[in-house]
Design a protein. Structure first.
Length: 403
């Protein structure tokens, strides 16, 4: 049985705000995670659930953005649900203010546009090779045979970890994040710790030009990082690099498999593919992050207290008609500004440049070699909600080109 740590209703939570939902298994989430999140709007802009330790959920686009931008009130001290899921602080994401900026400066150089551009050749060669291998087969399971391979391989090259460990590492991060009990999540987390500690020891004595070596041998305020700080940073990079881009790719391909006109528009307009990628990511947001109230604040007429946990789904900002007209529709001609795909404020996703590059290359190389495809109706599509929306399985088959 799932261990969701059902909490008592605090005295400051109005009873009319209480909705008993588990974000890791929202009603309808196995059929369409984004529709499942949208369904929460009928309960109001701000609701509270006793599941996963008890937390608020913001469903309004403007309010979601406001929470992200007010980092002095809504801290990043907690990033998982239930609280305490991760057994040591993940850095720099669980730091705020100047501490966050100092640690973030260690990883940002690897994700600046010039550094990312150098990865483009590697990413394109890999995407083209994968598509070429799959094209003659007439079918594939997209998650395991493309989405888990391309972005994860690029990430592992950035930190110089063995690409053959990709599947094992992805399984560890999934179990640590999504296992039904704290015992199972903790066991998977400790597997990750053991894996990384062995590599950290090697890089201490034999460093290279990779990002992991840079973190291990970095200094902040002329002091070396502690082992816990190195480990926390490495774990964060692992979680960030092994899940979100793969999930976004799968949602995008799922959309294109069921919307042939959108697929053909991209093929016919290669100069606009970056705009198309941005719109597809806007429509299929993945991250549904967590914040902690650190000062008394009123939100939607409710007095929140320090210690309150808030779930702020990026995906609901992208699906708010007050932010984007006809938000549920994909429109490649719409002017896109202020999308929340990668968040806002000081904790905005550091890997946004790399994710955009990988998404564009994936669309170019996949559609060049596999332009006509659909979901295989004889197999099951597996989807899931959570702090990160996921596609667990996406069976595809090719269809003949239209006459």
């Amino acid at each position: 049985m799932a261990d969701t740590l059902t909490a008592d209703i605090p005295t400051h939570v109005p009873r009319e705000r209480v909705v008993d939902v588990n974000i890791f298994d929202l009603p309808g989430g196995r059929e369409d995670p984004h529709e499942a999140w949208l369904a929460l709007r009928r309960f109001g802009k701000l609701i509270w659930t006793p599941q996963n330790g008890g937390h608020w959920i913001v469903t309004d686009g403007a309010m979601i953005e406001s929470v992200y931008r007010r980092a002095e009130i809504f801290s990043n001290a907690e990033v998982g649900l239930p609280p305490g899921k991760f057994l040591l602080p993940l850095l720099p994401i669980q730091l705020d203010g100047a501490d966050h900026a100092r640690f973030r400066a260690l990883i940002e150089p690897a994700f600046r546009p010039t550094a990312v551009a150098r990865r483009g050749v590697e990413a394109r060669a890999l995407a083209a090779s994968l598509a070429a291998e799959l094209a003659p087969r007439g079918a594939c399971e997209f998650v395991s045979e493309f989405a888990m391979i391309m972005p994860l391989s690029i990430f592992l090259s950035i930190v110089d970890l063995p690409v053959e460990d990709r599947v094992t590492l992805h399984g560890m991060t999934r179990r640590a994040s999504r296992s039904p009990t704290q015992e199972l999540r903790g066991a998977a987390f400790m597997e990750i710790v053991a894996y990384l500690e062995s590599w950290i020891e090697r890089r201490r004595v034999d460093p290279g030009p990779d990002l992991l070596s840079g973190i291990i041998h970095a200094r902040i305020d002329d002091e070396p990082l502690t082992h816990q700080q190195v480990l926390g940073t490495a774990i964060l990079l692992l979680f960030a690099g092994l899940d979100t881009v793969a999930a976004m790719m799968a949602f995008v391909i799922r959309h294109l498999a069921t919307h042939p006109d959108d697929r053909r528009w991209i093929i016919a307009n290669p100069s606009k593919i970056s705009f198309a990628a941005e719109e597809l990511m806007r429509r299929h947001g993945v991250a549904n992050n967590v914040r902690t109230v650190v000062r008394p604040v009123e939100l939607d007429g409710v007095a929140l207290r320090p210690g309150d946990i808030i779930n702020v789904p990026n995906s609901l900002h992208g699906l708010d008609d007050s932010q984007f007209e006809r938000s549920a529709e994909v429109d490649f001609e719409r002017p896109l500004t202020n999308t929340g795909t990668f968040g806002w404020g000081p904790h905005r996703c550091a890997g946004a440049n790399l994710a955009r590059l990988e998404m564009r290359i994936m669309l170019e190389e996949w559609l060049r070699q596999i332009p006509e495809f659909e979901i295989d109706p004889e197999q099951e599509v597996l989807l899931q909600t959570g702090t990160s929306n996921s596609v667990l399985q996406l069976p595809l088959r090719w269809v003949p080109r239209p006459a």
